[in-house]
Design a binder for this molecule. Structure first.
Ligand code: GAR
Length: 202
């Protein structure tokens, strides 16, 4: 059984979907061993506590730097023996120390077809640019923001009548599907990484 850590900062809908998919057997061979939030009142953290998961708030104010914060998180994850770290709406840029501590074991979901529209407000960026298709990406995390090797992507059309909210909602539906799919592939050793290319094994 692979041990998953979830890092989040907010609503936590991706985390909740992962949790449900583990419980229902859509994701096999995995358990959520810890949920960590950098925000005490993150709804995702509160949900995790309510369902009885090991869920903690790590206060950025208790640390002098981002590196010190991440070293603390690394020590928590190492103590548990975490196999996979899933960033799920974790709105902190993680340090090189963190990436180096878990090589190819940190993944993220992003609401655009990377490398288009990295950073914040990706759905707004897509609307402003006028693209006809956008989507979402699950990728390995490296030292650059929204940059690591791409595991899965899903395309979402941009409709004439779309607002940021309607587009975000339709992208989120796809996020909920591909994040669990990617996790299931990884924890069942169905992913092969060569350079930037990710191959899915049969
Ligand atoms: C999701 O749309 C996720 O793709 C995005 O934050 C949202 C979190 O929602 N992440 C990023 O933009 C990372 N660069 P959730 O808390 O309901 O899962």
């Amino acid at each position: 059984m692979k041990k998953i850590a979830i890092l989040l900062s907010g609503r936590g809908s991706n985390f909740i979907k992962i949790y449900e998919n583990i419980r229902s057997g859509v994701i096999t061979n995995a358990e959520i061993s810890i949920v960590i939030s950098n925000k005490p009142d993150a709804p995702g953290l509160i949900y995790a506590k309510n369902v009885g998961l090991n869920a903690i708030f790590v206060n950025p104010k208790d640390f002098g730097s981002r590196i010190e914060y991440d070293l603390h998180v690394i020590s928590i994850l190492n103590e548990i023996g975490i196999d996979l770290v899933c960033l799920a709406g974790y709105m902190r840029i993680i340090t090189k120390d963190f990436v180096d501590a878990f090589p190819h074991k940190i993944i993220n979901i992003h609401p655009s077809l990377l490398p288009s529209f990295p950073g914040l407000n990706s759905q707004r960026q897509a609307l402003d640019y006028g693209v006809k298709f956008t989507g979402c990406t699950v990728h390995f995390v490296d030292e650059q923001v929204d940059h690591g090797a791409i595991i899965l992507q899903e395309v979402v059309p941009v409709l004439d009548e779309d607002t940021e909210e309607t587009l975000s909602n339709r992208i989120l539906e796809k996020e909920h599907i591909i994040y669990s799919r990617a996790i299931n592939l990884i924890v069942n050793d169905k992913i092969c990484l060569k350079g930037r290319r990710v191959y899915i094994l049969n």
